[in-house]
Design a protein around this ligand. Structure first.
Ligand SMILES: Cc1ncc(COP(=O)(O)O)c(C=O)c1O
Length: 465
């Protein structure tokens, strides 16, 4: 038994695994030699491995289609990508290559949709599911899309939302959905989600405001269970409640034919992560099928709008350890060349853990460390992992050797959206360089610089200098 970092990882986890392997004491992510990328671009560095997005979409489609075939399910499956998890053009390009549909949440999503259409990346058959609480600009942009013939389903989040579409809609048929306001987990700070329409008002909304206008067709019932798709009593109970609402609505609204089960498909945030995607998807499809058979209603088409699942595992953030500080006898600080608060805000805001691994020096002994960011905020640190209350990393090499590099993996969703990409951030820490990695026709990887490290000039401009 030795105390090498490599031994620690191999003994703690089933390693190597899906996206990670080590060759000559250096880490490969999806077979990409990270040291080569770091030598070329330096750190801090944000990378996106684009083929992972395609992989995820195809995997979910395959699992839903197999589950549907097994149960002789009559409806179809529609994979939508929830744009708010990452609005970057390279993400949308990859998503749309796979003919996925889109879910929006903001007025400013709609110009993006129009631009993608102008570039022939999506067609007027692509479903655009419009969620969220909508102010007039969002509603205006939505109805403009509808009037231009796009395949839009605004999901009513509010009892009066439809009035705007009634007033400004110029086409003969306008499809809409309704979002059910779900009950939160018992441990949550409140009982019922602020999003969507309360259960007791759904039928009334349909009867009084949708059915009454022949142009409007209620096609889709939407729900999002806040904890995500998990094999818990809470999840299955909520799913059942939503199916009951679907049944009641279907009895008065025969044209209702789709169920949108939202996002929340988990991703791997620890090397110890175990989640049986196949089982969960088969169980969801089987439960919907069983419910429909028992109540003699047609199985609905199933929509999902996975955000983290689509894009999360494509991303990684790489840093150098630039210094070691010994602040007492027991606590060792490794200082990174960026900040957790500004580049991985979920680690600070919701205590999100990611997969953390050394990129090099796997043949060195490991020690417990606290990782410190460069801002002066005392909360800018990372010192626990999903599986343990400590962080272990290799000891630092001598000053004349290659520094220690570390990577946080599966960071592709929400981080830039939360930190305000390209803005001014805590202690004016710049947004890191961003590199896109793809695989060419010969199977070789290619890299492309998407963005340079943010400059002081861009920040000074924002600040009015
Ligand atoms: C309505 C809706 N759909 C989908 C998503 C995507 O969730 P996730 O990224 O967990 O898949 C969200 C996230 O907040 C959401 O609010």
């Amino acid at each position: 038994m030795d105390n090498l970092y490599s031994t620690l990882i191999h003994q703690t986890f089933n390693f190597p695994q899906e996206d990670f392997e080590v060759i000559d004491n250096e880490l490969y992510f999806n077979k990409i030699p990270l040291m080569q990328i770091i030598k070329q671009y330096g750190t801090p560095l944000r990378i996106t491995y684009l083929p992972k997005i395609t992989h995820q979409i195809q995997k979910a489609r395959r699992l839903f289609n197999v589950a549907m075939a097994k149960t002789d399910y009559k409806g179809n499956y529609h994979y939508c990508y929830c744009t708010k998890s990452s609005h970057f053009s390279f993400v949308l390009d990859e998503v749309l290559k796979n003919k996925a549909h889109l879910e929006t949440s903001s007025a400013f999503d709609i110009p993006i949709i129009k631009e993608l259409y102008r570039k022939n990346k999506l067609s007027k058959d692509t479903y655009i599911i419009c969620n969220g609480y909508k102010r007039n600009t969002y509603k205006h942009n939505i109805i403009e899309l509808i009037n231009e013939g796009f395949n839009v389903i605004p999901v009513l989040d509010h009892l009066d939302e439809i009035e705007y579409y009634k007033k400004h809609g110029k086409v003969d048929v306008i499809n809409v959905g309704i979002r059910i306001s779900t009950e939160e987990e018992p441990s949550f700070a409140f009982y019922t989600s602020r999003l969507g329409v309360r259960n007791s008002e759904i039928i009334k909304l349909y009867q009084e405001k949708i059915k009454a206008d022949a142009r409007f067709k209620l096609k889709l019932l939407h729900f999002f269970i806040n904890t995500g798709i998990k094999d818990t009593i809470y999840y299955w109970t909520e799913l059942n409640k939503c199916l009951n609402i679907y049944k009641e609505l279907k009895a008065v609204c025969p044209e209702l034919d789709s169920l949108n089960i939202g996002g929340g498909m988990p991703i791997r945030t620890s090397l110890g992560f175990e989640y049986d995607y196949e089982y969960m998807i088969e169980e969801i499809v089987a439960q919907i099928k069983l419910f429909c058979t028992e109540h003699e209603i047609d199985e609905p088409h199933i929509f999902t709008e996975f955000g983290s699942y689509t894009v999360g595992e494509s991303g990684a953030s790489l840093y150098s350890v630039i210094d070691q500080k010994q602040q007492n006898d027991r606590e060792t600080w490794y200082m990174i060349d960026s900040s957790f608060i500004t580049t991985l805000p979920d680690t600070w805001g919701i205590n999100q853990r990611f997969i953390l691994l050394a990129v090099n020096h796997w043949n060195k002994p490991y020690i417990p460390v606290n990782l410190g960011g460069l801002t002066c905020d005392s909360m800018d640190y990372y010192n626990t992992e999903a599986h343990t209350n400590q962080v272990f990393l290799p000891v630092l090499p001598a000053a004349n050797k290659t520094p220690l590099y570390i990577g946080f993996f599966h960071t592709g969703a929400y981080q830039e959206a939360l930190s305000g990409y390209g803005g001014t951030q805590h202690c004016l820490i710049p947004a890191p360089k961003h590199v896109l990695i793809d695989i060419d026709e010969e199977g070789e990887f290619t890299t492309r610089l998407f963005a340079k490290e943010q400059s002081h000039k861009s920040m000074m401009k924002i600040l009015g200098y």
